[in-house]
Write a protein that binds this ligand. Structure first.
Ligand SMILES: NC(=O)c1ccc[n+]([C@@H]2O[C@H](COP(=O)([O-])OP(=O)(O)OC[C@H]3O[C@@H](n4cnc5c(N)ncnc54)[C@H](O)[C@@H]3O)[C@@H](O)[C@H]2O)c1
Length: 373
């Protein structure tokens, strides 16, 4: 199969669909890869690294889209990219169609086979292509929070780990899922005191097994959240209720009563945030202050570390790219229900029920679409 990797054109996006190492894997299996010139620049991968791995370099995106049977990207296709898609071509990338009717209409009109990373669902209900970005964001959250706690950044001027004779900071993590667990890893490593709250006792049990006495686990109810947040120097918001806006665990009144100069890192901001005072920010201007409390609410945290994020992402996307390339689309989805869940549009129809519902459009089950056979 001929696979195309265009340069990402969305503002502030530095990741790329395939690394040179992943290109080498698919080329070794007998497939062709066409990479747009400069596509790897954001991760420090020159065109020569891609040619060294066996890819051909194309001068522009038009050439990549025209040549490829499957396009592998990171971000949802922008309007100019959507115009380049054609019937039968496979697009494999993050799509996030539910809040985006314009993109949904364009993808239907293209007739392309659009597979969304974020809806690939493992049998247990996990989202394997979202997890690596949660791992990155969770680990970054402590680092971002530590920086914000510095006096010159508006923070109270406290070092997470303290020093001998001076107590460390207190970090409170709301949510013990992928983000929260990864934040706990870095928080423990920093030497801070760490508490983590969740409504799932199973999640708290897992934290207890991993970290033992280094992390205090607390059941998440109003009283416990308030007690922990008011005692914290750094609070990390990492809650998620699948398919819903993030629960607002910390009210404006609670923020007002926090220690002056303490820091809130709202990782859940992409679902609306779990602090009442949160609003989404960007890496260009990541923080703001409300009632003397520093807020860091960047909606695409992994974008700041594209080298790590691209490698983490391609580690999990590559097996699907290989399956589609080796077996062809129809057999690949027939043999893998997780991948089949990723198919959002096919041959001019919407094949993912929640997206059809979100836009009041017609849902066509994948098995009913003639192209699948
Ligand atoms: N800002 C970013 O760049 C970025 C990057 C990756 C993920 N995220 C977001 O981070 C959030 C967390 O993602 P995740 O992968 O860790 O999800 P997850 O499903 O693995 O974990 C969420 C946890 O929140 C818990 N929870 C739900 N309601 C709660 C409550 N009232 N109190 C305490 N805990 C509660 C759940 O039990 C679960 O353990 C999501 O909104 C995700 O979209 C943001």
């Amino acid at each position: 199969m001929r696979i195309g990797v265009p340069r990402e054109i969305k503002d502030q996006e530095f990741r790329v669909g395939l690394t040179p190492a992943s290109v080498r894997e698919v080329v070794d299996q007998g497939h062709e890869v066409v990479v747009e010139t400069g596509a790897g620049a954001g991760i420090g991968a020159a065109d020569s690294a891609y040619t060294g791995a066996g890819a051909r370099i194309a001068a522009n995106a038009d050439e990549v889209f025209a040549a490829a049977e499957m396009i592998v990207k990171v971000k949802e296709p922008q309007p100019v990219e959507r115009k380049r898609l054609r019937k039968g071509q496979v697009l494999f990338t993050y799509l996030h169609l539910a809040p985006d009717p314009e993109q949904t209409r364009d993808l239907i009109a293209s007739g392309a086979t659009c597979i969304a990373y974020e809806t690939i669902t493992s049998p247990g209900g996990g989202l394997p292509l979202l997890a690596p970005m949660s791992e990155v964001a969770g680990r970054m959250a402590v680092q971002a929070g530590a920086h914000c706690l510095e006096k010159t950044q508006g923070g109270m001027g406290i070092l997470l780990g303290g020093v001998p004779g001076v107590p460390p900071a207190k970090i409170v993590i709301l949510g013990a899922g992928v983000v929260g667990t990864n934040a706990a890893h870095i928080a423990v490593g920093s030497g801070a005191q760490v508490a983590i709250l969740d409504r799932s006792i199973d999640r708290l049990r897992r934290i207890d097994e991993i970290f033992g006495a280094r992390v205090i686990t607390v059941y998440s109810n109003r009283e416990n959240v308030e007690k922990q947040v008011l005692a914290a120097d750094l609070v990390i918001g990492a809650v998620l209720v699948a398919g819903a806006a993030a629960p607002r665990l910390v009210s404006r009144d609670m923020v007002k009563r926090m220690k002056p100069g303490s820091v809130l890192v709202d990782v859940a901001i992409d679902q609306g945030g779990c602090f009442e005072t949160s609003r989404a920010t960007t890496h260009d201007d990541p923080v703001f202050e409300v009632d003397g409390i520093v807020h860091y609410c960047v909606a695409n945290m992994p974008g700041a570390v594209p080298v790590t994020s691209t490698k983490a992402l391609t580690n999990v996307t590559l097996p699907y790219v290989e399956a589609i390339a080796d077996k062809g689309f129809a057999r690949a989805i027939g043999e893998d229900p997780a991948l089949a869940k990723g198919v959002n549009t096919l041959g001019g129809t919407i094949t993912y029920e929640a997206i059809a519902e979100a836009h009041g459009m017609t849902y066509t089950p994948l098995a009913d679409v003639a192209a699948v056979g």
